[in-house]
Structure formats: structure tokens, C-alpha cells
Design a protein around this ligand. Structure first.
Ligand code: FAQ
Length: 326
């Protein structure tokens, strides 16, 4: 089913002979590894693709606060609560850097947020899964931030200057997120039988959605070819997924947990793990609004936005008074 959907929207790369002289000069700058800055000329498709990707990334950071935010009041110790609070706050900050980077492309943050709240914009599929037990908080930091880092480290080399600079800063903070997640998993895996079972359960449930974070298989990816030619993306979806699996399976073994994919095997010739694909029909259902928590997430974001109206109004009133007094 999903293959049909992808074929109907699939796109290739614009060939050199189809480009205007201006587009060719732009492509030459990209090929030479130059960064593109907000005031530079850019093809409309480049601008639109960046707005789509950066804003979806920003929405993911903001919606991504919800599954973990849900556990702040239930963190088992003061130390864990302080760590989780700091992490969730960091995600809000990442959203802000990314909205600011998108705004350099001539869109307004208010419009982008409106797109999210009205269900017109996507955010990462992973945040439509629930966090059911305390070990999920460890697994989110370890697996979700871990997968995000694999992608974001590559995105530090993206061709658009403001996005690349935002990624450099975000990656520093994400490394702390992943480490605190793994630290929590180490405690749970080395704890009582019940704690170890919670850790395994969290891993079993989040493994497949974490693999989906990298997007559909390369052969079905709509945007990859053009985005990679423009170096908006510097790594393919399958490459990212492979890197993540290669780094994570040894970490699972170190924890003494079982790899959820019973067929996963290290291929000694390639040095890479062979692994089972996640259920791509489930992935497309989730990104099209039909995942376990899509409705909850949208309700929570809309409520937070409505509840914050008085604060935005106050800021605007204060700013108008200051302008009037100048
Ligand atoms: N979820 O043609 P492609 C984080 C959509 S990190 C939802 O392959 P593309 C940190 C895609 O938009 C997570 N939708 O797409 C954190 C397109 O639909 P469209 C966020 C997905 O863009 C941790 C369609 O499928 N990171 O939040 C997903 O070339 C913990 C076809 O796919 C980023 O956003 C998905 N997983 O490659 C926060 C990184 N995958 O737009 C809080 C930047 C694909 O045409 C707590 N983004 N789609 O309607 C990227 O690198 C790329 O956008 C990919 C997808 C690799 C995600």
C-alpha cells in the first residue's frame, strides 16, 4: 500500500541541462562545499524544502517534550527529576533555534506553529508512541536522542548556514541527553528482576519506532535525491539507520538486554549488522495521523498554545508600549 503512495509522489533530481544559469551557479557553490546564507539567491525548491525540513524538525523538538514531560512529576529521585527537567527544557530551546533558522527563509514562526496546530505539518513519528514505564525515559534518551544525534551530526554539514550552525549547538546538548538515558538504562538493567524487565520492555517497544525515525527506505524516499544533491541532507535514510543499528546493538549487549530483532546479525565481511526492517505500513499510518498518540499530542499542543495566549498578548502589549515611548 505504502509503495503505491510513494510512487505517486516520488521525485528525482533536476538535471544540469534542465537548470537555468543561475541554478547551475548555485549548484556549483553547493558542490564546492560553500554554505548558503539567508540573503543569497537560492532556487525556490531549495527554500521550500528547507522550510519543510527545518520546521518539521522544530515541531519534533517541541512535540518531543510531551512523552518525557509526562514523567517529570513521577521521577523517582530529586536528581533524576532535575536531569529530566533540564533535558525537556533543552528540547524547547532546540525548537526555538530551529524556528529561528526557518524564519531566515522568509516565513513567520506564527505561521509555522499554526501549520502544526492545524495538523498541516508533520513532526517525527517517534513522538506518537507512549511512554508507559519509567524505563521508557531511559530508552527515549538513549534510543530517540541517540537516533536524533546520528542524523544531526551529519546535518552539521548541511549546506544552509543557519541550519548547520543550529545543529552544531544542538548536538552538544543532545549528547548529554543520550548519556543520561543510557545511564538510566544501566541502573535499571542492573537493578531488580522487575527493573530489568521494565528496561527490556521499554527497549522492545521503542526499538522499531526508533528505526523509523530515519524515514522510509531510500528506494521509497520522496525527497532524498534532490535534498542530497542540494546537501540539505548529507546522509541517506538507510545510511543513518545502519549507523544507528551498528552503534546500538553493542550497547544493548553491554546492558545485558536482548536485541528485540531476533534476526539481527553482525556480518563479519562488511562489519555491519544485518537487521529486520520495521513495519513500514505502521510508519505511514503514524505519519498520516493514525498512530497511538497523534490525537493526544495535537490536543496537548493546542491546549498549551491556547493557555499561553495571555502571555503572548502581554508581551505584545509591552512591546507596543515600548515602541510608542521611543
Ligand atoms: N516522522 O522523502 P523522505 C528530535 C516524512 S529528532 C515523520 O525520506 P526527508 C530530538 C517526510 O517528512 C527528530 N515524518 O523525507 C528529540 C516526507 O513527508 P512530507 C526530528 C517522516 O525529509 C529527541 C515523507 O515522510 N529530526 O526531535 C519521517 O527527505 C527526544 C517522505 O520521506 C529531524 O527532523 C518521520 N520519522 O527525510 C526531541 C531531522 N520520516 O514532508 C525531543 C531533520 C520521513 O513530504 C526528545 N529531518 N517522514 O509530507 C531529516 O533529516 C529528514 O526530514 C528525515 C526524512 C530523514 C526525517
Amino acid at each position: 500500500m505504502y509503495a503505491q503512495m510513494v510512487q505517486s509522489t516520488g521525485k528525482g533530481v533536476k538535471r544540469l541541462e534542465e537548470m537555468s544559469p543561475q541554478e547551475r551557479a548555485f549548484q556549483a557553490r553547493i558542490d564546492a562545499g560553500e554554505k548558503i546564507e539567508p540573503k543569497d539567491w537560492m532556487p525556490e525548491g531549495y527554500r521550500k524544502t528547507l522550510i519543510r525540513q527545518i520546521s518539521q524538525h522544530a515541531h519534533s523538538e517541541v512535540v518531543g517534550q510531551l512523552p518525557e514531560g509526562n514523567w517529570i512529576t513521577r521521577a523517582p529521585t530529586l536528581e533524576r527529576k532535575a536531569i529530566l527537567l533540564a533535558k525537556v527544557q533543552d528540547e524547547a530551546g532546540h525548537g526555538l533555534y530551529l524556528y529561528a533558522a526557518a524564519e531566515t527563509l522568509g516565513v513567520s514562526r506564527a505561521d509555522l506553529i499554526d501549520d502544526l496546530l492545524m495538523g498541516r505539518a508533520k513532526y517525527s513519528s517517534i513522538f506518537n508512541y507512549p511512554t508507559l514505564n519509567w524505563a521508557d525515559i531511559g530508552a527515549v534518551g538513549w534510543l530517540v536522542d541517540g537516533a536524533a544525534i546520528v542524523n544531526q551530526v551529519a546535518l552539521q554539514r548541511t549546506s544552509y548556514g543557519p541550519y548547520s550552525r543550529a545543529m552544531i549547538r544542538i548536538c552538544k546538548e543532545e549528547s548529554f541527553h543520550a548519556r543520561q538515558g543510557y545511564d538510566l538504562m544501566m541502573k535499571m538493567a542492573a537493578g531488580t528482576k522487575a527493573q530489568k524487565a521494565m528496561a527490556q520492555d521499554a527497549l522492545n517497544r521503542l526499538w522499531w519506532p526508533a528505526l523509523m525515525m530515519f524515514g522510509p527506505p531510500d528506494k521509497d524516499s520522496v525527497h532524498s535525491a534532490q535534498s542530497m544533491a542540494w546537501k540539505i541532507k548529507v546522509m541517506s535514510n538507510d545510511e543513518g539507520r545502519q549507523r544507528f543499528v551498528d552503534q546500538t546493538i553493542p550497547q544493548i549487549e553491554y546492558l545485558g538486554l536482548e536485541v528485540p530483532d531476533k534476526a539481527a546479525r553482525l556480518n563479519p565481511e562488511t562489519g555491519h549488522y544485518e537487521f529486520t526492517d520495521p513495519d513500514w505500513d505502521e510508519f505511514f499510518a503514524v505519519i498520516n495521523g493514525d498512530g497511538p498518540c497523534n490525537a493526544d499530542r495535537m490536543r496537548a499542543r493546542n491546549k498549551a498554545h491556547d493557555d499561553g495566549a495571555w502571555f503572548r498578548d502581554g508581551l505584545m502589549a509591552h512591546a507596543s508600549k515600548q515602541i510608542a515611548a521611543e
